[in-house]
Ligand binder design. Structure first.
Ligand code: NAD
Ligand code: UDP
Ligand code: UDP
Length: 343
């Protein structure tokens, strides 16, 4: 009954004061591709808490049921085990299209598949958007700027991407996906949103995805050498996942249809970052220097002027706070792993 729903909303609003809850008429049917992954599962949490109907399509390549299992059985939630390289016929109002491996080790593991996901998969999601007249938000990446010669990176920078190297399967297919979104918008009148996401971290990152945040934290926690690739003077700027989720939802609901950077401009050299994590963990692990990575971007920091202006958005979580939460998450993951290995 309506009265019961309003009561439920009030209770939830008290539990989660930062979330704006919906009345029935604002509720949408929302597809999240890649919703069992790191970013996708946090987005699903927020959309579910807001009271939407959420459908996750995921093939569990890098995602895990564990990330969303708390919603399984909820009347507003549906999980489809589906590879988006194949067509998908469902009825939705909005599509957050996140399905794609994201960490270099994952996207290089099967480069052909990475290209298929971002090209054929994106065409399928745009075809779906076209049939049901849904708005589609595409999770693009700062990698479209390649090894940038312009710093910080503005959306108007065309990038410096090697079309042939080991990262090209990801960088170039994300660029094609942006071009495809643009083509569908122009030719078919599809409403699109393009988020160029910069390095994001937080709980539910994969243990073994080889990214710098997970590697350094796990190494520091286990007192193993902290592996800096190359001289460590390359830079990255790290955004906490809840800030990204805020940005994605604001962008989807905005009137801005050109590419938009979503990231935290807080920039560190990788060497500085190694010592920062070591300190926060309170670890005795040594910092060691390994071979450099091919085509590793030398610097990366978002210019977020557009997002500030159009979305009134900027990251809120300070690096030390975000890292502490992430360290706590990995500490617990290690305990769980240790426990299950003993049994
Ligand atoms: P993730 O690997 O945790 O999540 C990706 C999800 O997509 C996983 O659940 C995976 O199983 C699913 N998936 C992969 N291929 C699929 C397919 N063919 N069909 C259906 N599902 C498939 O990665 P993430 O960090 O959550 O990234 C989400 C999106 O954001 C990706 O598109 C990524 O390119 C983009 N992005 C992420 C970052 C970051 O720092 N995390 C930075 C830039 C862009
Ligand atoms: N598609 C899909 N779900 C839909 C509609 C389309 O997966 O609800 C796929 C379909 O397989 C097609 C692609 O999206 O290959 C592009 O669709 P579009 O309508 O643009 O092109 P066409 O069907 O003419 O190839
Ligand atoms: N990196 C590192 N040690 C690691 C993992 C990564 O020094 O154990 C470096 C990597 O070479 C790059 C930066 O950290 O310069 C970020 O790497 P990541 O794979 O997290 O993401 P990218 O931004 O390259 O996609």
């Amino acid at each position: 009954s309506l009265e019961k729903r309003i009561q439920e909303l009030e209770v939830r609003q008290q539990q989660y004061p930062e979330v704006t809850f919906l009345t029935y008429k604002d509720r949408k049917r929302i597809l999240v591709t890649g919703g069992a992954g790191f970013v996708g599962s946090h987005l699903v949490d927020r959309l579910m808490l807001e009271g939407h109907e959420v459908i996750v399509a995921d093939n569990f390549f890098t995602g895990r049921k564990r990330n969303i299992e708390h919603w399984i059985g909820h009347e507003n939630f549906e999980l489809i085990n589906h590879d988006i390289v194949n067509p998908l016929y469902i009825e939705v109002d909005e599509i957050y299209h996140l399905a794609s491996p994201a960490s270099p080790s994952h996207y290089m593991y099967n480069p052909v598949k990475t290209i298929k996901v971002n090209t054929m998969g994106t065409i399928n999601m745009l075809g779906l958007a076209r049939r049901v007249r849904a708005r589609l938000l595409f999770a693009s990446t700062s990698e479209v700027y390649g090894d940038p010669e312009v710093h910080p990176q503005k959306e108007t920078y065309f990038g410096n991407v090697n079309p042939f190297g080991p990262r090209s399967c990801y960088d170039e297919s994300k660029r094609v996906a942006e071009a495809t979104c643009y083509a569908y918008a122009k030719q078919e009148g599809i409403s699109i949103r393009i988020a160029r996401i910069f390095n994001t971290y937080g709980p539910r990152m994969h243990m073994n995805d080889g990214r710098v945040v997970s590697n350094f934290i796990l190494q520091a926690l286990q007192n193993e050498p902290i592996t800096v690739y190359g001289h460590g003077k390359q830079t990255r700027s790290f955004q906490y996942v809840s800030d990204l989720v805020d940005g994605l939802i604001s962008l989807m609901n905005s009137n801005y249809s050109m590419p938009m950077n979503l990231g935290n401009p807080d920039e560190y050299t990788i060497e500085q970052f190694a010592f920062k994590i070591k300190d926060l963990v309170g670890s005795n692990a040594p910092v060691v220097y390994k071979d450099p990575v091919v085509d590793d971007p030398k610097q990366r920091r978002p210019d977020i002027t557009l997002a500030k202006f159009w979305l009134n958005w900027e990251p809120k979580v300070l690096i030390n706070d975000g890292l502490k939460k992430t360290i706590a998450y990995f500490r617990n993951e290690l305990l769980v792993k240790h426990h299950s290995e003993r049994n």
